[in-house]
Write a protein that binds this ligand. Structure first.
Ligand SMILES: [Zn+2]
Ligand SMILES: [Zn+2]
Ligand SMILES: [Zn+2]
Length: 141
């Protein structure tokens, strides 16, 4: 397995116990390099239970290995967190890009969002979705 060392290291850093399913799902995330939805996972791992896949995602999310993305498509997607993301609270707050052509959502890690404070409002999360044509589709067009 190409990513074996990287996978073991990632799971260890995030204090996630290694299971066959977790290793496979993490490998898929590393290969995709873009956001993944539960239906996509179900399609890829058609032989496993939906609940197992869902629980794997939940564990990854709780342990700050992946973060949730609402890109406006109505399907929740997940993407790998930055290595310094904290278990207690996701600290990797960055915009996401949704490509209208290939429908792929990507993390824009090199842009960090300002922490927006609103007077008398409680802010839980800040999400910015940028829509357009991604660099891959842009090259083809
Ligand atoms: Zn995170
Ligand atoms: Zn695209
Ligand atoms: Zn992201």
């Amino acid at each position: 397995m190409i990513y074996h060392n990287e996978i073991t290291k990632l799971l260890n850093t995030k204090k996630i116990k290694k299971t066959a399913m977790r290793i496979l799902v993490l490998q898929f995330f590393l290969e995709q390099n873009s956001a993944i939805s539960l239906p996509q996972l179900e399609h890829k791992f058609y032989y496993s239970e939906r609940t197992t896949l869902y629980r794997t995602l939940k564990t990854f999310e709780t342990k700050a290995l992946v973060h949730k993305i609402n890109d406006g498509t109505g399907v929740t997607k997940y993407a790998l967190c930055e290595s310094n993301c904290k278990i207690e609270k996701h600290t990797d707050i960055h915009p996401h890009f949704y490509c209208e052509k290939c429908k792929i959502t990507t993390c824009i890690n090199y842009v960090s969002l300002p922490k927006i404070q609103l007077k008398n409002f409680k802010v839980f999360t800040t999400e910015i979705i940028i829509k357009g044509i991604c660099e891959v589709c842009n090259k083809v067009a």
